[in-house]
Design a protein around this ligand. Sequence first.
Ligand SMILES: Nc1ncnc2c1ncn2[C@@H]1O[C@H](COP(=O)(O)OP(=O)(O)OP(=O)(O)O)[C@@H](O)[C@H]1O
Length: 269
Amino acid sequence: MTDTAPPIIEVRDLHFAYGKRPVLRGVNLRVPKGKVTAILGASGSGKTTLLQLVAGSLKPQRGTVEVFGKAVHELPQEALYALRRQIGMMFQRGGLFTDLSVFDNIAFPMREHTSLPEDVMRDLVIMKLHAVGLRGVHKQLPAELSGGMARRVALARATALDPDLMIFDEPFAGLDPITLNVICNLIRTLNDALGSTSVVVTYDVNEALKLADYLFVIGDGVIKGEGPTEAMLASEDPYVRQFLHAEPDGPVPFHMPARRIADELGLPC
Ligand SMILES: Nc1ncnc2c1ncn2[C@@H]1O[C@H](COP(=O)(O)OP(=O)(O)OP(=O)(O)O)[C@@H](O)[C@H]1O
């Protein structure tokens, strides 16, 4: 990466295992300021685990994770809490509070982290909903929304505090093509309008290629390739090429590690 501005996220030699099962085995990654960065990888490659390490909810066994120049795994609870205030997160299924209205879902981070007066907060919530085209649904409960609308509300909630960094874990999962485009455009628009930095973790190659300025491909616990989207599309690296062009044959494994099928089925050889 040629960008000289300090990165928003810097991960060095990151190792993480669940018990004895290694997931990350020396990840190195720098997320540039102001850009949309996508981290692509097959299901189970450790993308969500990496995000949890970035958010400080898991601790590395080796290596460092810095966000805004601070080592998140070394921060005391209160400092970690303050750092998370600068990060807007949207999880795979939106993660809305089912018993709170749309309005209260978006107001939630404002109530948690600020002492804004109710009337100011109301205007802010309405503006956030307006940005995702859903001002009209503020009284509804999440269960009354379509999946795509719920995802847009979650997006509005992720921007509630005008975060410096937005993190999206599989924002496109389970969406129809039109809604998928809407979410894709919104992530870009909101990133640019807020002057934020966005990280999108996904296995959805097509959307990542449309949306991201910079790509990382993760596999076998390491970064297999990285670069500006155009350059990655032209990459001759066998792993990157197979993954980005969805080629059926190549080094990307289809099977999770397991016993031999013959052993599993109790066959003689
Ligand atoms: N809490 C946990 N305890 C034990 N193993 C886990 C735990 N969470 C995840 N794993 C395992 O770690 C590996 C990486 O999981 P992770 O969810 O980070 O992958 P992912 O790339 O985000 O996958 P997906 O795209 O399917 O969500 C997987 O093999 C998963 O089964």
